[in-house]
Write a protein that binds this ligand. Structure first.
Ligand code: UDP
Length: 163
C-alpha cells in the first residue's frame, strides 16, 4: 500500500509507439493495440496524424545523411500514422523487443512472433516504430504530444476513427 501501490513500488516508464502508414493501411491497428494491452502496457494517449515532409524529416533527423532518407520520408508521408504513449515498467526496451528487428524480412526469419514479422514488409516498410532510449522517448513524446503545430494536420483521435 502507500503511494507506490499501483505499480508495486517499481518505477514505470513511457515510450512512443507509432503505427506507420503501411500499418494503418493494412488494418493492423486493432491487432497491434490488443497485443500492446495484453503485454501489460497502458495506452496513455493516442492520436492519428499526417506527417508532412518537414515533420517526417525532423522526426528522422538522425538519418538525414543516409542514402535511404528520401525514400524513408516519402514512406512516412504516404498516409496517416497512429502515435501512442505507452506506459509500464521497462516500457522502452519491452516495446522494442515486441516490435522486433528493423528489417521486417529478418524479423520474419528470426522473430516470428514480433509485430514487424506480422505486418512489416522490408527494411523500410516495417509498420511500427518504438523509441530506442530514454532520451528519444522524451523527445518523441514531446514531438507528437506537447507541441501545438499539429492542429492543422491532425486527422482525429483514434477512438473517433476506429471505435
Ligand atoms: N530504414 C530504411 N532503410 C534502412 C534502415 C532503416 O528505410 O536500411 C527506415 C526504417 O523504416 C526504420 C527507420 O528507417 O524503421 C529508422 O531506422 P532505425 O535504424 O532507427 O531503425 P528502428 O529504430 O526503427 O528499428
Amino acid at each position: 500500500s502507500g503511494i507506490f501501490a499501483s505499480n508495486g513500488g517499481m518505477e514505470t516508464e513511457k515510450t512512443l509507439a507509432m503505427i506507420k502508414p503501411d500499418g494503418l493501411r493494412g488494418n493492423y491497428t486493432d491487432r497491434i493495440r490488443r497485443a500492446i494491452v495484453e503485454s501489460g502496457f497502458r495506452i496513455l494517449k493516442d492520436r492519428v496524424v499526417e506527417l508532412d515532409e518537414d515533420r517526417a524529416s525532423q522526426f528522422y533527423a538522425e538519418h538525414s545523411s543516409k542514402s535511404f532518407f528520401p525514400s524513408l520520408v516519402k514512406y512516412m508521408t504516404s498516409g496517416p500514422v497512429c502515435v501512442m504513449v505507452l506506459e509500464k515498467q521497462n516500457a522502452i526496451a519491452d516495446w522494442r523487443a515486441m516490435i522486433g528487428p528493423t528489417d521486417a524480412t529478418k524479423a520474419k526469419a528470426t522473430h516470428p512472433n514480433s509485430i514487424r514479422a506480422m505486418c512489416g514488409l522490408d527494411s523500410e516498410k516495417n509498420c511500427v516504430h518504438g523509441s530506442d532510449s530514454l532520451q528519444s522517448a522524451h523527445r518523441e513524446i514531446s514531438f507528437f504530444f506537447e507541441e501545438t503545430v499539429w492542429s492543422k494536420s491532425e486527422t482525429s483521435h483514434l477512438s473517433q476513427v476506429f471505435y
